[in-house]
Design a protein. Structure first.
Length: 112
């Protein structure tokens, strides 16, 4: 049987706003602090047995997916330096370093 009155009103925030802000986690690819949206990316794709996840900006994840196949990502594993050795990724990271943490743009086509 459902309760008629809940402990909280329909528009009340159940968590107090006095909490300290959460420290921003750095992005795995570019190293910038993450913004509002954090994507938990599998460096080794799940289809290839990957279990580990790393925090990334959505635009950083889209760039990695557009530039590498699942087989290549499986070979690189958690080695971010190997990904940064790719000229397209290095150019992207240098470009996005000047952007806001919540910056987003569309990645138009896969460049594999």
């Amino acid at each position: 049987m459902a309760r008629k009155h809940s402990k909280h009103g329909p528009y009340e925030d159940p968590q107090p706003k006095d909490e300290a802000p959460v420290e921003a986690v750095p992005c795995w690819l570019c190293g910038r602090p993450t913004g509002e949206t954090i994507v938990w990316h599998h460096p080794v794709p799940k289809s290839r047995g990957g279990r580990d996840v790393v925090p990334m900006h959505p635009i950083c994840q889209q760039t990695v997916i557009a530039n590498f196949t699942n087989s290549e990502l499986e070979r690189y594993g958690l080695d971010v330096d190997a990904l940064l050795a790719n000229p397209a990724i290095r150019k992207f990271v240098d470009w996005v370093a000047k952007k806001d943490p919540d910056f987003t743009a569309t990645i138009t086509k896969k460049q594999r």
